[in-house]
Write a protein that binds this ligand. Structure first.
Ligand code: AMP
Length: 279
C-alpha cells in the first residue's frame, strides 16, 4: 500500500475513519534517524495501521532557540517512511495547526518545572499543546515515544491521565550510535571535533551506572563524579545533571530504584540531552 501524505486536518480526520484499528501513532519533528524509525517499527508490530506526523512545532521552541535552523529534509523523511510501510504521514503547516485565532494551551504543572522545564521555560507547554492537538486529530489507539526524552514521557503520561485521554502511551528504548551517543536530529549541528566530544554524555551516564552497580547509593556523590568526568572535556558545558525518581522527577538524595539519571550538556553551541534508568 502506498503511504498517504496528508497536510490538512480535515483530510486527516476523514482518512482516520477508514483506518483499521488498532492505530499506532508516532509524533516526530522530522529529520528522521534510526531512533525515530525504531518507534515506527514497534508501532508497526503492535498495530494494524500506523500514522507518523512530521511537524516542527514552533510553540515548543523558546525565542532564543533553534526553530529556524532546526534541520529539515522532508523528501528523505518520506522515503524512509515509505520503506517502513507506514499508512499515513501527517505533515501540516504551522498555519494549519496554529491559525491566527489560536488561543488555547494545555499545561501540566509541577513535573514541567524541573530539568528541561527549568532550562526551557515554555517548552513543555508547547509540547503538551501540540501532542494533545495531534491526539485529537489522529485519535490513536496507542502513541509511541522515545526514552531519550524521559521527562517528555512523564509529562505526556500525566496529561493523558489527567485529561482522561483514551489512548495508551508506549515507550521505546533510546537508540545510540556505535560509540554510545544517543541519536538526535540535533547531532547534525556538531562538527567532527564536537561529534567526538559529544560521547562524554554517554560516558558520564555509564559512570553513574557503574558506580551504582558497585553499591554507591548517594546521588550527590554520583553527580559529582559525572561533573568531574565532563569537566575534563573542554568543548562541554554542563546545563544540569540530575538523579531523580523516575516517575515524580523529584531529586533523590539516596538512590532507590528506579532512578532516572539525566543530563543536558552543551557541546560547542549544541545542547544535547540523554538519560539512563538505574533499576
Ligand atoms: P523528535 O523528532 O526529536 O521530536 O523526536 C520524536 C520522537 O522520537 C520522540 O518520542 C523522541 O523521544 C524519539 N526519539 C528521538 N531520538 C531518539 C532515540 N535516539 N532513540 C529513541 N527514540 C528517540
Amino acid at each position: 500500500m502506498k503511504v498517504k501524505i496528508i497536510e490538512k486536518i480535515d483530510t486527516m480526520r476523514r482518512l482516520r475513519r477508514r483506518l483499521v484499528e488498532p492505530v499506532g501513532f508516532v509524533p516526530t519533528m522530522g529529520y528522521l534517524h534510526e531512533g525515530h524509525l525504531s518507534l515506527v517499527r514497534v508501532a508497526r508490530e503492535e498495530n494494524t495501521s500506523v500514522v507518523v506526523s512530521i511537524f516542527v512545532n514552533p510553540t515548543q521552541f523558546g525565542p532564543q532557540e533553534d526553530l529556524t535552523s532546526y534541520p529539515r529534509n522532508t523528501k528523505r523523511d518520506l522515503e524512509l517512511l515509505a520503506k517502513e510501510t507506514v499508512d499515513v504521514v501527517f505533515i501540516p503547516e504551522a498555519s494549519e495547526m496554529y491559525p491566527g485565532s489560536y488561543s488555547t494551551w494545555v499545561e501540566v504543572d509541577r513535573l514541567t518545572q524541573r530539568l528541561e522545564g527549568a532550562s526551557r521555560p515554555s517548552h513543555f507547554k508547547g509540547v503538551t499543546t501540540v501532542v494533545a492537538k495531534l491526539f485529537n486529530i489522529i485519535q490513536p489507539t496507542q502513541a509511541y515515544f522515545g526514552q531519550k526524552d524521559a521527562q517528555q514521557i512523564a509529562v505526556i503520561k500525566r496529561m493523558v491521565a489527567d485529561l482522561n485521554m483514551n489512548l495508551k502511551i508506549v515507550t521505546a528504548p533510546t537508540v545510540r550510535e556505535p560509540d554510545g551517543l544517543a541519536m538526535s536530529s540535533r547531532n547534525s549541528y556538531l562538527n567532527p571535533q564536537e561529534r567526538q566530544a559529544a560521547v562524554v554524555l554517554y560516558q558520564a551516564l555509564c559512570l553513574a551506572q557503574q558506580l551504582w552497580s558497585q553499591g554507591e547509593k548517594n546521588a550527590p556523590r554520583i553527580c559529582q563524579e559525572m561533573i568531574n568526568l565532563i569537566q575534563k572535556q573542554p568543548l562541554a558545558s554542563i546545563d544540569y545533571i540530575s538523579v531523580a525518581d523516575a516517575e515524580t522527577l523529584n531529586e533523590l538524595d539516596t538512590i532507590s530504584s528506579p532512578a532516572l539519571v539525566s543530563l543536558a550538556v552543551g557541546i560547542g553551541k549544541t545542547r544535547l540531552i540523554d538519560n539512563i534508568v538505574l533499576q
